[in-house]
Write a protein that binds this ligand. Structure first.
Ligand SMILES: Nc1nc2c(ncn2[C@@H]2O[C@H](COP(=O)(O)OP(=O)(O)OP(=O)(O)O)[C@@H](O)[C@H]2O)c(=O)[nH]1
Length: 393
């Protein structure tokens, strides 16, 4: 990977003590989709033996065959560790920060957003909830409501410990607390890793024909030891649908933003890149959405290869035909009445994190103008990235 790669997403994993964060983290490490995951654990005391087995010696930075790096830090040290993990030689694709069960996730979100490390970007907050303990925990710790309100994805874990009616009640209760944020039910943190990790885009020689890695061995050994039923994952996967969308016709930025602003709650994940044609002929826009979280990154088109929009959408209960049709309707129609004007990109640019210089060929959006003319997208009540593109009107 070269230095000009996209920023490394930093995904926050939060949730009350014992809700299943470490279990979920271990699941991600085992099913890492080929990503090299940098792990920051925010509380030494909270580390389960499983995490230590995967990540090696906690308290130092270690590198294993699968590229997992693990550090135990307090919040004040976070920036230092992010610096270490984002050194190009670490070749990390995504960083997961497991917050202590007692942490205020807002603080960690703020720290990541305020970091002046140019190689990272905030990748969203996943809040893990213990289905069996939620009521009692909430009664004792009303701040949980605040955590849920800023989450981008809620993982309703330990559903094996309650009956179906309770799961439904929890869904309603949590839904009221967190608005349109998607809620994914699971046991033992076994979410579809694609919800938080992209399939690695690293066709390096070491990955082309890859020998069996530590990770493969670990995953197999773990499954055998924990009586993991591969059928369970199969079942899990059938609960998710994935929709691919590809078109060589550029998209109208305003219509795409309308689509994103009204995306259905079951649509947990969107990734890929978008061609906005003449609106920005030099750059394609990589898009990364986790739940309500949304970011665009302009990056120069590769010199070779055809230009196209390529998106993958993952979720459950999706109307796949309807989604494809709606995305298809975002494509420019090619008639004189359907030409984006200079303001059309503003809705997209407000979701581009600030970068001192911007990627090559990228220009500041026009503005600032009177705010709100384009409407703030859903989830805009979350902290904005520092140095964000000016909010245009
Ligand atoms: N029954 C059941 N137990 C679970 C599930 N997920 C995790 N556990 C167990 O719950 C306990 C706590 O899980 P952890 O992953 O350590 O929770 P945590 O949120 O990291 O805990 P802290 O670091 O202390 O905040 C462990 O014994 C797990 O094996 C689940 O879905 N069902």
């Amino acid at each position: 990977m070269s230095e000009s790669r996209s920023p490394i997403p930093v995904v926050l994993l939060a949730g009350f003590l014992g809700s299943g964060k470490t279990t979920l983290l271990n699941h991600l490490l085992r099913r890492n989709q080929g990503n090299r995951i940098g792990v920051v654990v925010n509380d030494f005391g909270a580390i389960e033996i499983d995490a230590m087995t995967v990540a090696g010696q906690v308290g130092s930075t270690v590198s294993l065959g699968n590229g997992c790096l693990c550090c135990a830090v307090d919040v004040g040290e976070l920036d230092d560790y992010l610096d270490k993990l984002t050194r190009p030689e670490a070749r990390i694709d995504v960083i997961v920060v497991e917050a202590s069960g007692l942490a205020e996730p807002q603080e960690l979100v703020r720290m990541i957003l305020a970091s002046d490390n140019p190689r990272i970007e905030y990748g969203g907050l996943a809040e893990v909830v213990d289905a069996a303990e939620f009521g009692a925990t909430r009664a004792r710790h009303p701040e949980i409501d605040r955590h849920l309100a800023i989450a981008d994805l809620v993982v309703l874990n330990k559903t094996d410990r309650v009956d179906a009616a309770a799961v439904e009640r929890l869904r309603t209760e949590i839904g009221e607390l967190c608005g349109g944020t998607p809620v994914v039910e699971t046991r033992y943190g076994r979410i579809d890793p694609a919800l938080l990790l992209d399939a690695a885009l690293r066709p390096g020689p070491e990955d082309a024909v890859r020998p069996l890695s530590f990770e493969d061995l670990y995953a197999d050994a773990y499954d055998a030891e924990h009586g993991h039923d591969p059928g369970h994952d199969a079942h899990l996967h059938t609960a998710y649908e994935s929709v691919s969308f590809e078109t060589a016709t550029p998209l109208h930025p305003r219509r795409l933003m309308d689509f994103l602003d009204t995306r259905p709650p079951g649509l947990y994940r969107i990734k890929g890149h978008v061609d906005f044609g003449a609106c920005d002929p030099r750059n394609r826009y990589t898009v990364h959405a986790v739940g309500r979280f949304l970011r665009f990154h302009p990056e120069p088109w590769p010199e070779v290869g055809s230009r196209a929009t390529r998106l993958v959408l993952i979720g459950s209960g999706l109307d796949t035909g309807g989604l494809r049709a709606r995305l298809g309707a975002c494509a420019l129609r090619g008639d004189a009445q359907d030409v984006p004007d200079e303001r059309s990109m503003w809705g997209v640019l407000r979701w581009v994190p600030g970068d001192a210089d911007g990627p090559e060929g990228w220009e500041e959006p026009p503005g600032p103008g009177p705010s709100g003319a384009e409407g703030r997208p859903a989830g805009a009540d979350r902290p904005d990235p520092p140095r964000a593109a000016p909010v245009p009107g």
